[in-house]
Design a protein around this ligand. Structure first.
Ligand code: DQA
Length: 144
């Protein structure tokens, strides 16, 4: 089983970026944890981060036929990107949406998620642990 883990804009700034909301651990640490958590579940994983919407769309399209599942934190594009939603629908790869913070308790503009119209499930407010939850939940969903 192979997963593609996509992180959107500004998540490369984890550790520096609003630590009161996103914590003080870095994107490199998040990648290491995701690799470990996938290995524990016997899952091969590819990690990808971009600050550019079209580059994320290209990456999703390239994943067609190559991965069994996608875990995505679209970051700010969560709330704006029909293009990322349409790319996920186009490739029809089962997808879990993750947010480090509890977006449902934040600003009004964060209350819409386009990706959630396609995602199997949305995990939010669990910090980095949310990715572990997403890896396990997506594996379980694919096996059921
Ligand atoms: C985020 C929440 C988004 O609203 C925000 O734009 C992000 C990160 C999260 O992981 O909590 O960049 O997706």
């Amino acid at each position: 089983m192979k997963f593609l883990i996509i992180n959107g804009p500004n998540l490369n700034m984890l550790g520096l970026r609003e630590p009161g909301i996103y914590g003080d651990r870095s994107y490199t640490t998040l990648c290491q944890l995701c690799e470990d958590w996938c290995a524990e579940e016997g899952i091969e994983c590819e990690l990808f981060q971009s600050n550019h919407e079209g580059v994320i769309v290209d990456k999703i399209q390239e994943a067609y036929g190559k991965v069994d599942g996608i875990i995505i934190n679209p970051a700010a594009y969560t709330h704006t990107s029909v293009a990322i939603l349409d790319a996920l629908k186009a490739v029809a790869i089962p997808t879990m949406e993750v947010h480090i913070s509890k977006v449902s308790e934040r600003e009004a503009f964060r209350q819409i998620s386009f990706v959630s119209y396609y995602a199997v499930k949305t995990i939010q407010g669990m910090g980095f642990e949310g990715y572990r939850e997403a890896i396990r939940a997506l594996k379980k969903w694919l096996q059921s």
